[in-house]
Design a protein around this ligand. Sequence first.
Ligand code: HGY
Ligand code: MN
Ligand code: MN
Ligand code: MN
Length: 419
Amino acid sequence: MNFKIDQQRLNRELDTLASFSADPAPAVTRVVFSEQDLAARAWIKERFREAGLTMRDDAVGNTFARWAGANPDLPAVGTGSHIDAIPHAGKFDGTVGVLGSLEAIRALQAAGFKPRRSIELVLFTAEEPTRFGIGCLGSRVISGSLTPAADVQLREASAGPEGHGQTLESVRKSAGFTGSLDSALLPQNYFSAFIELHIEQGSILESEGVSVGLVSDIAAPAAFHIVIEGEGGHAGARLMPGRKDALCAAAEIILAVERSVLATGATDTVGTVGICQVHPGAMNSIPSRVQLSLDLRDTDAARRDAALEQIHNACGEIASRRRVAIKLETINADAPAQSSPEIVKALKEACDAEAVSYRTMVSRAYHDTLFMARLAPVAMMFIPCKGGVSHRPDEYSSPEQIHQGVKVLARVLAGLSAI
Ligand code: HGY
Ligand code: MN
Ligand code: MN
Ligand code: MN
């Protein structure tokens, strides 16, 4: 079957979507449930409507856009990604998987293809942890990976641009997404397969000149708050001996994170302290309280947890030597996910049919597919991004690179929805 990807239209749509941003171009800031996010969702739903897809929103703001198959009762083939963007990010993270899936569907429609089982495009809500401090909120909810209590336990992260401390429940309901969280739970046989197209956010594909990465494993993400309570005081009058400076302790903890992660000797173990909030945050006042965020990942959950153990021990030693209190609170600690060999095989066949080069690889970034793997057989497809840059305004994938990924996606969606 021949079909044609309308790359010009897709390029225009990616540019338009990027314009829904709280920061000026080339940065994209689109925090979940913000004014920019809701406007972007409305715009995308118009595109879904134009493509004749039937839509529904669930209680947490995931949008499901379905191209009904001849046998609508069969489990659908799922695809999709996210459009929320962390502050000062780029225009391709997530959006290539949403608009690229739409373009794959439109190309198949234009070619006269008729799916036997439905194809359903999912626009996941809140893939980024920016607002509520936890990533993949939408796919966690539908896969039963988050308890309904999270509705009132999760609050806006104070470091986030919307940091007013409102609960998930109040924010989602003011954005118009009502109903209980458990009403969004999907049954195991809702999807027969799920495939996500995404930029690599690393530089392997570009450095090897390969067009597509077929993801075999998605690393196991874990996130923590580390709170250090010391003793404040006057920066001038309080002499050095006996100080309990929370920020000095925090500095040692950050280096202990780096040391513990490197000590595993595995390239797949990564650790980052991305947020450091200092109280009271005055030049002439000794920091009395610091809150750090810890992002710790590995393709091997046991190795990740061994590094965490080391960090725990280091905190204990720093706390007693500096006579400060250190608390480590877990936000999430998830298992890794493996792609389904059958779907990876289908992707390989689609790449061969489209003469697109590929290699298998690991995803060190997490994605909604990590949780979709708890609902259905999954796979991910990466396309290269310039210099491996992502979560930055200069994030870039060329129209040609996007085109390669979308045509393989169209081919595999046709194949999986025909059976
Ligand atoms: O952090 C991640 O891995 C994803 O890009 N949110
Ligand atoms: Mn991201
Ligand atoms: Mn992403
Ligand atoms: Mn992701």
